[in-house]
Design a protein around this ligand. Sequence first.
Ligand SMILES: [Ca+2]
Ligand SMILES: [Ca+2]
Ligand SMILES: [Ca+2]
Ligand SMILES: [Ca+2]
Length: 437
Amino acid sequence: MLFLLTTLCTLTRAEVIYVDDDVVGANDGSSWIDAFTDLQDAITVAQVGDEIRVAQGIYTPTQNAFDRDAAFELKDGVTILGGYAGLSGMYPDFRHTEFFTTILSGDIDHNDLDIDPNSRAGNSRHVVVCMDRGDTAVLEGVTISGGYAGNARTHNYSDGRGGGLYCRGGCSPQLVDCVFSDNEAGSGAVYINGGSHPVFTRCIWQDNYANDGGAICVNRSSYLICLNHCIFRRNVAARQGGAIYADIMGEVRMVNCLFVANKAGGSGGAISCNGSNDGTGRSVFNLLNCTFYGNTFPTFDHPPTNTVTQPDGSRVYWSDSVISNCIFYNEPSEMAVSIQFGRSEPLIITSIYEKELEPGHRRPIPPAHDVLFVDPYGNDGILGTKDDDLRPAPGSPVIDSGTNQTNPPLPAVDLDSNPRILNGVVDIGAFEYAGPN
Ligand SMILES: [Ca+2]
Ligand SMILES: [Ca+2]
Ligand SMILES: [Ca+2]
Ligand SMILES: [Ca+2]
């Protein structure tokens, strides 16, 4: 009996472990004053039920500048929360992920320069890894940056995949309010493999670069991958899937997501799907209330690795998919938005798009009306930055034009966290019109 009680107490023990990169206390994680300075130390001692609070700062997976294989590894039952003020703030427990940025960085050799891509060559292969973990492994409110899983397929199997996050095994972590930026890989800033089914909520991918899947690469995953209220901007794939490339046997489900200014050299400025549809490898994209704008065939900084003879704009390429209440759009002067189908046409429900009717025969059909966004380029005049406003302007035809009967059901809120249905009928796209500004 005593043994049982002891065991129960051990199992239900839940502690808060503190991490702050610039404190000089006892470094045992017991308080902000005595916080660990190294996030890896906190993860090592964390047990089921524990919460790790990480203050603003920059954290690398190792202190060894040559240990490229070291990575932060998510744990079942452990929640890692970034964005705390920490000891340098007036209230250490105050949390705001934009004011107090917690960066998990792959720059273990501390030499990254924006202007010199070679400065990343010595960085971590994966900043975060998740292997065979359940949905109680949680990472929330951190920026994952500077992962470098190779820049080409000259690297071995795991080397080239998932610069920011590498997920494999029966793994279903939850990632919330995370930013993936400036990661580089052969495949994906985030790489998902082997029956993994992670859930991403309010995450942002920006300025990531890969051969396939600038932001996310999904491979042979037989489970559901969920992306809710996520933003993809300025991600680049040299070959296919500027934001997402999927070669899957499963479903990628996206709700209220925004894709802006992503670029690919081969197929799919925004998304490319290479799933087979012969009954053995069924792959599905289920897109609900997503907005695609200005995802293009680029002028490359990095030359694509294969020869592409024709630019084809913002193409979404997949097989066997369902699309509801979505917008696919470009400037009239840009290469038309097109959808190229895989082996079967997606079921498209109340969406605004231009369509490629036959492989190899691009026949863009202009939308019946201009979509009328508030200000796609924003004040800085650059597409794909934070000030872009792809909300519907007054009079936009997307207002009250969607269908409320969707599968999956409509979420409670839109990408702004405002009510998803106003005026009785949901709008098309990621944002619900709430009246003139
Ligand atoms: Ca700090
Ligand atoms: Ca570096
Ligand atoms: Ca802008
Ligand atoms: Ca409405």
